[in-house]
Structure formats: C-alpha cells, structure tokens
Design a protein around this ligand. Structure first.
Ligand SMILES: *Cc1c(COP(=O)(O)O)cnc(C)c1O
Length: 450
C-alpha cells in the first residue's frame, strides 16, 4: 500500500466523532467494551470481521444505484457495478449457487420477496410455527407472512425433532403454494430432501431459509439445500461474520419458468426484490457482504465451522452433566436449547436476566410444548458462533457450562419474572467471565490499554 488513504479516512472519521459528538462517542465506546468483556452466546449473532465492518462503515454508501450491475437508473456506478458483481460471484461460489441476489436489506426482506412473488394474498403457505423454532417471516400472525397469507404451521415431535409426518399430512390437507423450511432455534440437521419430496407431492415451491446455519452449509458441516430447494435465503450477519443483510439464491432450477409471466423463476426474484420490494441497494452493505463471503469461502473458515459444532456438542454435554435438560439431547449445529424450568425451576426470562447481570449473553426461548408466554418462556437458546471465533478451548467451554449452571442455581426466584441474585456472587461471576473474555479476545478487536 502506498498511501494508506482508507485507514486515514477511518481514523479521521472516529476522531471527528469524538471531537464533534462526545456524547455519542462515549456510547459507542461503551458498546465496544461491553462486547469485548462479555461472552456473547446469543445464537443469532457473531462478531463481524473488522475488515467487513470497515467496508460497511464507509463512503461507498454515498452512491444511489437503483437497478442491477450494467442496468442502473443512476450514473456514477463504475465501481458500484464491480462491487456488486464481485459480491454476486462470491455468493455463487460460496454456496455453489447458479443465481444470487445480494441486495436484500435483511433476511426478513429476502423472505418477503420470495413469499410475495410465489403466494398471492389469501393463498396458503406453510412454515415451522414460531413457538416451535420458526421465524416471524415464516407465517407468524404478527408478521406480513401470517396476516396477508393463510399460514399453516407445522411443529416438532415430543423428542424435539421436526415432525416430517405432520409436515406431509398438513401439506396434503392444505395444498400450500410455498413450504418454508429453516429455523431460528433448532439444534439438529434439517433434512432438505424430505421437505422437497413433500413439496413435489403437493406442487409447492420449497424455500430453504438457512439464515442460522449458512456458515456450516458453506463449510460442509450441514447439508447444502441449494440444489434441493427451489430458492434459498440467508442473512450475512449471523454465521457469516459479516454485515447485517440478506441474500436470495437458487441452484440448478434457477431457470424454471416464471409462474407470473415471461422469463425465469430467478428473473421473478430479481424483479421481486427491485422494484417490487426495495428501492436502491445499500452499496456499503454489499461491499461488506463481498468481504464476508470471501472469508467464508477460505480454508480457515472450514476450521472455524468445525469448531462451532464441536463447541456446541461439548457445551451441550457439559451442561447436561451439570443437570441441564438439553432439548433433543444434544446439538448438530451451533444451537443448544435448554429447558431451564425443568432443570432449575427458573423461567427463560429470569435465566436471561440473571446471566446478563454476569455478562453472559444468551436469550430466553420457547422449548417444545412450552406453556409459558413468549415474554417469559421455559428455556434458553445458546449459540457458539462467537465463542468459536474467539477460540475457546474445550476446558474453557466446560468453565462456561459450570458458570451458567452455577448462576441459575444461585438465583432466588420471586415470581415468573422476578428474582434475586446475591451481589457478591454476581461480582465473582462477572470477574470469571471477564477473565475468560480476556484470555480469548475477539480476533481483530483490540483490547483497551486501560
Ligand atoms: C434471523 C432470521 C431471519 C431474519 O433475519 P433479519 O436479518 O433479522 O431480518 C430470517 N430467518 C431466520 C430463520 C432467522 O433466524
């Protein structure tokens, strides 16, 4: 590099923020410290790579570029077209896709594009119920997907596995136009081909939403649905360690006919995104996606993906050894669902709050058959994306399990939502968490000198 002009831009930018807006600077710095000193075990997040964040936080956002590479409604897109084409090529390579659209602002938007183009208002779609681990955009009543369409929800069996028999029965009965598979809180492998057989039997399109497991899919640690489902969607911020954003992709069936008119199914997705759903793309976000997709395609990422699964299995076992009731008995991916109510008589919300006080960040979650409200719940969801990136050893994972169980056992329950945690004990737990966080810093996130 001759003149490190971009580094100068970034340094200057943060200095300007500090000088001109100390109030906001302090808040942003506070969040930085929170992240590096706590243990983030929320299954739906990770630590974005600093190079991806650098791409996102920059002046490429200044370009308005409605349309697609080579076909824009604005001038000044010489570089923008190359950014977007690179992101598309990298997405196709990473997921072995034939078609990729890198413009969705989020995975929810990606799902909205697919659903709104394949299902008309009032027609039927099917997805995993929200309380069984499905996503809002898969047919939840409070979402567009459950209010504009007739949404039918399938569930898990009593062992905590997807009930494929029920999926088939419901599909035969309701004849959906679209079946959505993919989850936000499912610790097991998803059998894409079983879903496809069912979709074919009733003439439905199949959407695989791999938002949670995209990294494992790229690395070959989870089967890839790209050639099995008609359409695959994902986000880039959960397991790709990239910017917040979505992707829409297709495999071998990219050129199926467009059910709404001329052209192909992938063409329908293309116009479904712009102009049907979104306006101009977020260019800086696309640059950051290109960066994250490149990292995810490298051999080192395969090691990271292996570590995600290994840690998840080790943590599930270590928790079970300490009396935690682990839903489905283990984990095949990065997610562990734990029934804190059955294990320690602590609701999900109390577990979340008590652990947060100790700087262990997890979230409350429904467990199969949950009788409590979504604001309380009987369990928690834990994820290993961030801990795997930090490189925690198996011993440190055991220490985390020990900490989680000790915190939950020392909680004094007052009501479904209220509890007491001895402040002296809490400070001790915080300190132990900080020691682990310092021993395994987030790669590329410098520790403060003070
Ligand atoms: C998180 C998630 C989404 C939504 O992602 P956003 O980027 O928050 O819109 C969609 N589908 C599944 C399965 C998810 O877990």
């Amino acid at each position: 590099m001759s003149d490190p002009i971009l580094s100068r831009f970034a340094l200057n930018a943060f200095e300007m923020l500090g000088d001109e807006d100390p109030e906001l600077y302090k808040l942003v710095e506070g969040e930085y410290r929170r992240q590096i000193y706590s243990l983030a075990m929320v299954a739906s997040c990770s630590n974005a790579h600093p190079s991806a964040l650098a791409c996102e936080g920059t002046f490429t956002s200044n370009v308005t570029a409605e349309g697609y590479p080579g076909a824009r409604f604005h001038a000044g897109c010489e570089y923008v077209d190359q950014f977007e084409q690179l992101a598309i090529d990298r997405a196709k390579k990473a997921f072995k896709a034939q078609y990729a659209n890198v413009q969705p602002h989020t995975a929810s938007t990606a799902n909205q594009v697919v659903t709104s183009r394949l299902v008309n208002p009032g027609e039927t779609l099917m997805g995993l119920s929200l309380d069984a681990g499905g996503h809002l955009s898969h047919g939840a009543k409070v979402n567009i997907s459950g209010s504009f369409y007739n949404a039918i929800g399938y569930r898990l069996n009593d062992k905590g596995f997807i009930d494929y028999g029920q999926v088939e029965e419901l599909a035969m009965e309701h004849k959906p136009k679209l079946i959505i598979c993919g989850t936000t809180a499912y610790p097991r492998i998803i059998e894409w081909d079983r879903f496809r057989k069912i979709a074919d039997k009733v003439g439905a399109y199949l959407l695989a939403d791999i938002t949670h497991i995209a990294g494992l899919v790229i690395a070959g640690e989870h089967p890839n649905p790209i050639d099995i489902a008609h359409i695959t969607t994902t986000c880039t911020h959960k397991q790709l360690y990239g910017p917040r954003g979505g992707l829409i992709m297709m495999g071998r069936e990219w050129d199926l006919p467009n059910p709404r008119g001329k052209g192909t199914l992938s063409g329908l997705m293309q116009s479904g995104l712009f102009p049907f759903t979104q306006g101009a793309p977020i260019i800086n976000n696309i640059v950051a996606k290109a960066r994250a997709l490149d990292r995810a395609s490298r051999p080192e990422f395969k090691e990271l993906a292996k570590r995600i699964v290994m840690q998840s299995r080790a943590l599930a076992q270590a928790l079970a050894d300490r009396g935690m009731n682990v839903v489905s008995g283990g984990s095949d991916n990065h997610i562990i669902l734990a029934d804190t109510m059955a294990s320690f008589n602590v609701t999900g919300i109390i577990a979340e709050k008590a652990l947060e006080e100790c700087n262990i960040i997890i979230n409350k979650n429904f467990i199969p058959g949950d009788q409590l409200s979504p604001f309380i719940t009987s369990g928690i969801r834990i994820g290993t994306n961030s801990m795997a990136a930090r490189g925690l050893t198996e011993e440190a994972i055991g220490q985390c399990a020990e900490l989680i169980c000790r915190v939950l056992k020392s909680v004094e329950v007052v009501s479904e939502k209220e509890y007491r945690l001895d402040t002296e004990a809490r400070d001790k737990y915080r300190d132990e968490v900080k020691q682990i966080a310092l021993q395994f810093p987030i790669p590329g996130y410098p520790l403060p000198e003070d």
